[in-house]
Ligand binder design. Sequence first.
Ligand code: NAD
Length: 385
Amino acid sequence: MAKIVCVLYPDSAKGHPTTYARDSVPDIRSYPGGQTAPSPNAIDFTPGHLLGDVSGELGLRKFLEGAGHTLVVTSDKEGPDSALDRELVDADVVISQPFWPAYITRERIEKAPKLKLTLTAGIGSDHVDLKAAAERGITVAEVTYSNSISVAEHSVMMMLSLVRDYIPQHDIARNGGWDIADAVARSYDIEGLQVGVVAAGRIGLAVLRRMKPFDVGLHYYDFHRLPKEVEQELGLTYHPSAEALAAVCDVISIHTPLTPATEQMYDAAFFAKMKRGSYIVNTARGKLIHTDALVEALKSGQLAGYAGDVWYPQPAPADHPWRTMPHNGMTPHTSGTSLSAQARYAAGTREILEDFLGGKPIRDEYLIVSGGGFAGTGAHSYDVK
Ligand code: NAD
């Protein structure tokens, strides 16, 4: 019987919800391109309910305990005395969400001799030392596509919010003001601007598709070029590097995985190559960006705005400079954990566990590392030379 340690974000200080704003979420069965949504044998949760906090338990307890396994759920993940470190020593599986990442470092892997599977309930497994996992023969899997559209929607919302300067205008309305001159002093239309995405994978392509009706110029860079028909359908301009794209764009949206090749690639030199007054949206990973260089670029006006959903470390400390830097539209890593997304990634987590514990192969598209190296989606999206 297996021991599964599941690290989830804490319950709200207001308590786990007992009522919800809506009665249901749409039942999405397949994704663009044809990949089918998670298909576990059963689920023991109500889609649309909060599943990603400690009390939500990703809806896993009945299934796992019913089959004789042990499930430990905790949010305590920092430091050598954390519940995660204590429970890891005899764990077979660790589940974690990127929103509240359990950093599975080489040191932690060495302390976990039985560990066979690290499972990301969501997308993005950079919180796991992938090299160390591969060397130990540990499988790394994630619920590919489960929240890609959720994140794409959030990215589009952030682009519009930045360019139109929505957040300060809302603050004026909420605070009883009517200073229209001040409210519009940084407000522009997005129509006619040049919008680029760095990485046109599942999220980046969905962002491009969603931006098409805004009558903007669309650009992308990815080391995998999209099919010609897609480029033509969306009127895309391909660039050979992120820098080349940034030089002609007014807005860029970042969608690369975090790897040794992409860490801190957005630094002072990169920002200097952009047009003055550009905007950046980043729902990918905080560590892609040089923290202080970003603050400086916003202060100097080189960047007109930055909206990000991702930080390093997570949770970000209360005094993290991105909380208070000028013209920011930060969110606390929520884009991929809408209630709609949770239903899919909880179902996908269950599907992966059913297969793993039942000795069956995990879907190829869910694999990042397997058999000692990159596999499945990992081989496509992470194996950066
Ligand atoms: P995906 O695997 O479909 O696409 C990733 C794309 O990045 C691929 O097309 C790949 O070719 C490209 N790529 C990788 N490295 C590159 C590089 N150095 N330069 C150019 N292109 C590169 O993944 P996805 O579903 O689109 O997700 C992308 C990333 O978004 C994830 O890795 C994760 O970090 C992040 N994400 C964030 C949230 C959130 O809640 N904020 C949720 C899901 C995913």
